[in-house]
Design a protein around this ligand. Sequence first.
Ligand SMILES: Nc1ncnc2c1ncn2[C@@H]1O[C@H](COP(=O)(O)OP(=O)(O)O)[C@@H](O)[C@H]1O
Ligand SMILES: [Mg+2]
Length: 203
Amino acid sequence: MHLARRLELLGSHRDVPPSVADGLHDARRQALDAANKLRTVARDLRPPALDELGLVPALSSLAVDESTSVENTTINLSVHGDVVRLSPDLELAAFRIVQESVRNALRHAHARYVRVDVNFSPDELHLVTTDDGRGFREAVDSSHPAPQEISSMGIVGMRERARLMNGVLRIRSTPGVGTRVEATLPLVLAHDATAFGEASQRA
Ligand SMILES: Nc1ncnc2c1ncn2[C@@H]1O[C@H](COP(=O)(O)OP(=O)(O)O)[C@@H](O)[C@H]1O
Ligand SMILES: [Mg+2]
């Protein structure tokens, strides 16, 4: 039985003095908090939808979740090409890059419209997030981060994830107009990743 439920039953027992019942009540709340935090941490490590359903459904639910967190911003996801399951590493990198770019658009840009384009081409996965928000000054396509990039890890993290997948991340932002974050990642299919994994285990 769930710990919180056991604590609740103990606390409601008629032989339990009120002070002990209060303590059990607090303990029950803490158990529920801990369970919730654990669920969030587990989901943040790797969103379950990613493994179960793949990148596109995971991005659809991200778009829904993120747009309910703000008012007056529309998030539009548009998928092009033949959707295929990708290697777990690539799916996670792609998901995290889109997640961060969308969160940045919602948190910093005050955009009215955020658009995510996902394009599956035979060789590449192409992810583009555009917003019509306030924009910012950044180091365009430079390997040197702009000052505001250094203080925070979001953009640095997106670049690093793209690099680890042998891809590139480009940001173009125009103050007053909006921002475009574009990741181009070489396609690694799910079954190629398995074959590679098995081959490297045998080696
Ligand atoms: N889409 C955007 N529109 C406007 N400003 C942005 C956008 N994305 C990033 N920025 C600016 O770049 C900074 C760095 O972003 P990031 O590295 O993700 O860190 P954080 O989100 O933690 O501040 C932000 O603080 C913000 O000033
Ligand atoms: Mg950020």
